[in-house]
Ligand binder design. Sequence first.
Ligand code: GAR
Length: 220
Amino acid sequence: MAAIPRLAVLASGRGSNLQAILDAVAEGRLHARVAGVFGDRHKAFALERARDAGIPAQALRPRDFASRSEFDAALFAAVAAVEPDFIVCAGYMRLLGAEAIAPWEGRIVNIHPSLLPAFKGLDTHARALEAGMAEHGASLHFVSADLDGGPVIAQARVPVLPGDDADALAQRVLAVEHPLMISALELLCTGRIRLRGAAVEFDGQVLQAPLQLAANRLRA
Ligand code: GAR
């Protein structure tokens, strides 16, 4: 690993999670360097945020490729070219093929807006409300071929409050997503978190449950 771990960030939209990473790096709270940002649309605001920070940003659009596997191959070739130690999916809204992910096992993570394994996939906030959950949140997990199914590293919880709609709940979750991701990435970048088979190891011990964010700190 490079002395300062290099991150490739994949983002599809507004890029608030990317911004949280850029801010944490700039403020010395995350000991890493963002080596490149990759989107799936030219207009993704995340790409603008990257360029504003002087970071190379590139859009690769699935529709410009003949097949899913060709798209995956091109994306991961572009990602590999910036020589990342870790790939962070920060609001990246595309499925990644098993073959493309395999070489990066243990070095690719995703932030997902639910308390996994609950509510994999899309529209997590509306579905949590519909299910009458008292609690909701976000998870940072290792990416595997199983959609939103890889080993969970850490979670942050928020209450569902009376009168919440999906937007209000999404905002409350987003506020904890950012510190969750930064704290978990710092543990990953400093080698304190590792993937061991299908388990997550923290300081050399297999985690029996995901780390939990409390008062902006992760605890077992
Ligand atoms: C975040 O809430 C992230 O958890 C979610 O998309 C949003 C992106 O926001 N990701 C997924 O749903 C992945 N399946 P951002 O663009 O402001 O970071």
